[in-house]
Structure formats: C-alpha cells, structure tokens
Design a protein around this ligand. Structure first.
Ligand code: NDP
Length: 500
C-alpha cells in the first residue's frame, strides 16, 4: 500500500508509524508505535544491557564503536539515499551530515578513556595527607530524543558520546524520520549483536514524553525550545538530569574589512543549506553600512543560482508540512512591516518547496528577525558598525551559534556573541569539529555534546579521597584538641589571610 502524507499530520496506521517522502508522499517505511508500557520495557532491557556494556571498559567499547563507525562509512551512500527519501534532504548534504556523525563516533570512541577514566587529582596543603581520585562513571540508561532536520548528526551527537562513556541508549527519533533512526539502531546491532545497547521507540510526542518518565538516568533532548521546556518539566518530576539542545536564530556579522565574496558564499550556505532547516543555520545577517550593498548583491547573485526541487537540486522540500505556514507568515510579516525582498518574496512558498528568499531592511521586531523561521530565507539588515551588529545579534533570548566575517576585529566580535559557538570567516564549522563542545545558552538550551565536555556530560563525576598519612593538623575529628584548633587558625591566617 502506498500512503500519502497528510500535510502537517504524521500517519499512524494499524499501530504503525508510516513514514513518507515530503517530496512525493511515497511510503519510505513503517515501524511499530510504542504503546502501553513498551517504552518502560525498552528502558528495562537497556538497563540490563548497561551492566554488560559498562563492563567492557573503554577499550572494549572503543573497538565496537569503531566497528560501527566503519559500517556507517562503508554504507554512507545507502544511508544518505534513505535520508533523502525520508526527509527530502539533498543527497550531498546528507553525505556531509553522515561524515560529520562518523567523525564524532570516531573521536568519542578514541577519547572517552583518556577523558573519563580514573585519575589521581592533586591535593592541596590543607589536606596534603590525602590523595584525590576522580573518574566519570556512566549514568546507566540515557534517553535520547531527536529532531527530523539532522536525523543522523543530532542523535549521534548524544548517542556516540553516551555510549563511549559506558551508557546504553534508548532513542526516540522524530516521527518524521523514524526509518533513519531505526537504520542507526540496526547498523549498531550488526556489530554489537550481544546486547541491545541502542534501541529505538517510535511514535509521536507522547512517546517522547513517556521516555522522559520511564526511569532513564539522563535525558538528552534535541528539538524546539517549546518542547525542551515540556521535557524539562517532565524530567523535573523525578529529578532526571537533562541536556537540552534547543532552537536558535543565529546571526552573522559582516564587518567592514571582510572578504565579501567569501562572506556571501558562506552566508548562502549557512542560511540555505538543508532548505534552511538547520538549528545553527544563519537566519539573520548584520552587515556594516560601507559594505552592505556590495554584500547583498553578492548574496543575491549566489542564492539566485540555487536550484529548488526534488532529486539533484540544491534545495529540497520542507520536511515538516506545517512549517510552510510559519515560513509564509514570516515573509509576509517582514514585507508588511516595510522590509524588501531582493530575492524570492511573497510567492516563494510553493508547497512542498520554498524558493530562496533574501529580505533586507527588515524591522528588528518582525517575526522574520525574532523567531525561528526554519526555511531558505535570510534577513540582511544594515548597521552602523560592529558594535551595533553585536547589540542586535545579542538582542534575542536564543543563543546557539553565530558567524563573523572580518579580519582585525573578527575574533573579538565572535567572543562577544551571546552564543555557545561561533565561526570566524565560515559558517556552521564548529558542528564538525569533534574536539569542540556544542550547545547553546538561554532559550537555546544548556549542556554540551561533542568534545571533552560532551563526554563528561554522560558521566557522573565520582570523587574519592584516600588517606595516605596521619593528619598533622587534625580538623575533621572530635579528637582534635584546643591546641589543634589554635594551630588551624594560625595556618588559615598564614595561608589565606594576606590582603592580596
Ligand atoms: P520538536 O521539538 O517538535 O520535536 C523534537 C523531538 O521531541 C521529536 O522527536 C518529537 O517527537 C519529540 N517530542 C514532541 N513532544 C514531546 C514531548 N511532550 N515530550 C518529549 N518529546 C516530545 O522539534 P523538531 O523535531 O520540529 O525539530 C526542529 C527543532 O529542533 C528546531 O527548533 C531546531 O532549532 C531544533 N534543533 C536544535 C538543535 C541543537 O543542536 N540545538 C539541532 C537540530 C534541531 P515527534 O516528532 O513525534 O513530535
């Protein structure tokens, strides 16, 4: 049977989630919806597997995760084709996404031991008779909830790091990309057949909510800010720790000494790749007055060349049909408030596609500047100087990534962006650098995936002190004498009492 996607509504048929192409409506696959206590049972199985997985140690897990990485690398075209079929993403973009995910599995597998393993920690003079020991122990079972826009990169950003740290994972993929989610699970099971260290539960938002309440030991969520708040509220009931990777409205600043060709190229890529459905996508640009017109001209020239359509195009369909209305509303609002479309515009939305749209001089209080559009649209506004650009870029409650083009002041500007990440003279590149942490501030969430911080996110710090000699200055004992206390006072003043 061929199912046709109802715009905005996923299809559930006979207890199965039917996944369809946003471009053609053709069925891509169907998966059983988790019902009753399926989610709890999946978590229980993952908990049983967690003991075995943790017991393999860093070396055993590294070997298995590197095998998984190998499967993804060898089957990269197959996975990219599936991502294209299910989410509409152009195949080259899907290849880049999988490559980035592979790099993260590789780095997490190779570095978990060094970052998390037990180590001695230096003690200080007041407890010199003790040694300190620190290690990061796995939580147990980590629940991972993922979005549809990067159905491989986002779940793996949490999953690879959680697994490398010794946890098992129960994944709830987006209802729009469950087949890709299941592919990831099955590919790991091929090389780790012994235990279900990664399993998936499928369904709509209620399945995600059930995962929050299922007894997982930590919940890693990637998705919209609105859902992140619901996830945190649900997890608060059991004090389940959360990692929240939420939405964004990333800005790019173009300074007066920027290479305008490079800035325009990166801007078009950073804003329009994956049809603009990118959490760290550039949505707003602030270009300083002296370069504004030249920069806009170069952006329009490049964006105007992009092809839109199904197979082989630069820009594919909008994955989630309901998003088309949001994009249309943002464009209409910008134009109604005096913004100008220098490319695309009012009739850009032609379901399931949206033509590239560049809006200039858009009021700062319009929807297109303030809210996540998630379409192939960009606002470019002129600013007096870099100071004004920073003020405007930092004016929103979101703070995920960002980009700065320039020479002399670029790094200083990047450091002042209120965001978790920033790219200088490029866009989005921090996502692929496995040695750097990834995450936001404010309404973009908290906690980090990737890098050393991303590994530590999935391990509980365990601190142990160990006595190695008798205490010369007994403090933590009822056996201490008044003379001991007097000596403590003296030492305190000696060590810490200086005025500077
Ligand atoms: P949603 O917030 O709609 O959904 C994210 C996931 O949460 C889905 O699997 C969804 O299931 C599930 N979910 C829905 N309701 C609940 C609930 N009450 N409790 C638990 N889970 C629930 O986001 P989208 O899938 O639309 O993804 C797009 C958003 O993700 C954008 O805002 C984007 O910026 C953000 N994002 C953030 C990234 C980051 O790293 N910061 C990276 C990528 C995207 P279902 O699909 O079945 O509704």
């Amino acid at each position: 049977m061929t199912a046709v996607r109802v715009p905005g509504a996923p299809i559930i048929s006979d207890g199965r989630l039917v996944s369809t192409s946003p471009a053609t409506g053709a069925e891509v696959g169907r998966l059983p919806v988790a019902a009753g206590d399926d989610v709890t049972r999946a978590v229980e199985r993952a908990r049983e597997a967690a003991g075995w997985w943790a017991g393999l140690g860093f070396t055993g897990r590294r070997e298995r995760l590197l095998r998984w990485r190998g499967v993804l690398a060898r089957r990269i075209e197959e996975l990219a084709e599936l991502m294209h079929a299910e989410g509409g993403k152009p195949v080259p973009d899907a290849i880049v996404e999988v490559l980035t995910a592979i790099e993260h599995i590789d780095w997490a597998a190779r570095n978990a031991g060094q970052v998390l393993r037990p180590r001695r920690v230096r003690s200080r003079l007041i407890l010199a008779e003790f040694t300190g020991h620190l290690e990061y122990q796995p939580y147990g079972v980590v629940g991972v909830i993922g979005p549809w826009n990067y159905p491989v990169f986002t779940p793996i950003g949490s999953t690879a790091y959680a697994l490398a740290a010794g946890n098992t994972v129960v994944l709830k993929p987006s209802e729009y990309t469950p087949v890709v989610g299941q592919w990831l699970v099955d590919s790991l099971a091929e090389v780790v057949p012994e235990q279900p260290v990664l399993t998936a539960v499928h369904g709509l938002g209620d399945v995600g909510a059930a995962l929050c309440r299922s007894g997982v030991n930590k919940l890693a969520f990637t998705g919209s800010t609105a859902t992140a708040k619901k996830v945190m509220a649900a997890c608060a009931e059991t004090l389940t720790p959360v990692l929240l990777e939420a939405g964004g409205k990333d800005a790019m600043i173009v300074d007066s000494d920027a290479d305008l060709d490079a800035a325009a190229e990166a801007c078009v890529w950073g804003g329009l790749t994956n049809a603009g459905q990118t959490c760290i996508g550039i949505e707003r640009v602030y270009a300083v007055e002296p370069v504004f017109d030249a920069f806009v001209g170069k952006v329009v020239e490049r964006a105007g060349r992009l092809t839109v359509g199904a197979d082989g195009s630069d820009i594919g369909p909008i994955t989630m049909p309901g998003q088309l209305d949001v994009i249309r509303r943002h464009i209409d609002d910008a134009l109604a408030r005096g913004g100008r479309a220098v490319l695309g515009g009012a009739d850009a939305v032609q379901p399931p596609y949206v033509r590239p749209t560049i809006l200039v001089d858009v009021p700062e209080d319009s929807l297109a500047v303030r809210e996540e559009t998630f379409g192939p649209t960009l606002t470019i506004n002129r600013v007096r100087d870099a100071e004004e650009a920073i003020t405007r870029a930092n004016a929103l409650p979101y703070g995920l990534g960002g980009s700065v083009f320039g020479r002399r002041r670029a790094v200083a500007i990047a450091r002042r962006l209120r965001s978790g990440m920033a790219a200088v003279n490029s866009t989005l590149t921090f996502a692929g650098m496995s040695t750097l942490p990834f995450g936001g501030v404010g309404e973009s969430g908290f906690g980090r995936i990737h890098g050393e911080d991303g590994l530590r996110e999935f391990g509980r710090p365990k601190a142990v002190t160990r006595r190695r000699a008798r205490s010369l200055l007994p403090a933590m004992t009822f056996e201490r004498t008044p003379a001991d206390v007097a000596r403590l006072v003296k030492v305190t003043k000696l060590l810490y009492g200086r005025r500077r």
